[in-house]
Design a protein around this ligand. Structure first.
Ligand code: SF4
Length: 367
């Protein structure tokens, strides 16, 4: 059988410290997400951060839009179990306040802070406090901010080139101030654009790259767009931290990001891997509902166990051979396998409960 082509080696980049973590260099490709509750409500925000961290989120970004938000940041930073990134737009004072609150990193779009002296003040504060800065350019900010002269240029230049040129302009501001603790990002709403611009910036700069697709859509569409874009780039060795943006519970963003990294073999699995058959005319149980039940039951389990949920006892056992635990559904009875060996036959309506017992046993034995 032909082996799949190996992934390209990871691009060599600088290593940027983000609190106790690092992005780039030989640091693992990290998973990040963003809260969607008001930052000013520190307790609510912390609850969401805890939920994200339990799912494997390694860095959490929060909006720093108002003075109330940056006041709450002090509590959030002090109590969060993962490094906090402040997302700042328009108001450089929010960036200064976020640095004072102790964030590990700031996400800044210099394009929407027009006074360069203000940007330099933020740079100075980040330097003194060892805070990293992500400077990003999004397709939308290019389109929305064009004046007549730029519009003429844009008519002749592809979006990837325009975005790369804009990012280079931003990078210069930081390099002129000798600040190199930078992470770069360039996001489009589609996979093709995101791939093109990140390939371009990866050739120009050796700063680590934050990968993501902007306003990617709901859980299904956004996951597909993100998998296509991030998967392609990561397979080419491009990308040092990822954020999957979804119109969904942010914990799903974390699940999808891990799945992309795991399926490419770029990070070791920390949570269960669930396989399920696509169902066919032989299916005798409601595999869709059963798979969902297993997924929900294992949502907060932190163990790299593989679980297969198969729709029949004809092909199911063979196809689930590689799983640690497998359930093969029959009309009245289901078979349970542990590492390819049949260990139980159970009534179909008790199958999920029996499967979960076996999974818990296996996890306990491996601890
Ligand atoms: S495991 Fe059985 S039910 Fe599922 S797709 Fe294969 S043959 Fe069909």
């Amino acid at each position: 059988m032909n082996q799949p082509a190996p992934l390209l080696p990871r691009r060599s980049t600088r290593k940027v410290a983000v609190g106790p973590l690092a992005i780039g260099g030989d640091a693992p490709i990290s998973v990040q997400s963003m809260t969607n509750v008001p930052t000013r409500d520190a307790q609510k925000c912390l609850e969401q951060i805890t939920g994200l961290a339990q799912r494997g989120c390694e860095l959490v970004r929060v909006a720093a839009a108002t003075p109330e938000d940056t006041t709450a940041l002090k509590t959030i930073v002090a109590q969060a179990s993962v490094p906090i990134i402040a997302d700042v737009h328009f108001h450089y004072r929010r960036a200064l306040e976020a640095v004072e609150a102790g964030v590990a990193k700031i996400r800044l779009n210099p394009g929407n802070i027009s006074d360069r002296q203000q940007v330099r003040e933020v740079i100075a504060a980040c330097r003194v406090n060892g805070v990293a800065i992500r400077i990003g350019v999004n397709e939308g900010s290019i389109v929305e901010r064009r004046d007549e002269q730029k519009r003429q240029q844009e008519q002749c230049l592809p979006m990837a080139e325009l975005m790369t040129a804009k990012l280079a302009e931003y990078v210069r501001i930081f390099e002129e101030a000798s600040f190199e603790n930078l992470v770069l990002s360039a996001k489009c709403h589609d996979a093709a654009g995101t791939i093109a611009v990140n390939r371009a910036i990866s050739k120009l700069f050796d700063y680590p790259i934050h990968l993501g697709v902007t306003h990617a859509g709901d859980a299904m569409t956004g996951s597909i767009r993100s998998a296509a874009a991030l998967g392609t780039l990561l397979a080419e060795g491009i990308g040092d931290t990822v954020r999957v943006s979804l119109t969904a519970d942010p914990r799903v963003e974390v699940d999808v990001a891990w799945e992309i990294l795991n399926t490419l073999g770029l990070r070791e699995r920390i949570r269960p891997e669930i396989f399920a058959c696509p169902t066919c005319g032989r299916t005798e149980v409601d595999i869709v509902a059963m798979t969902e039940q297993v997924k929900i039951a294992l949502a907060d389990v932190k163990a790299p166990i593989t679980v297969a949920v198969m729709g029949c006892v004809v092909n199911g056992p063979g196809e689930a051979e590689h799983a640690d635990i497998a359930l093969c559904g029959g009309r009245d009875k289901c078979l349970i396998y542990r590492q390819g060996q049949k260990i139980a036959t159970v009534p179909a309506d008790k199958a999920i409960a029996a499967l979960l017992v076996e999974i818990r046993k296996m996890i306990e034995n491996s601890n």
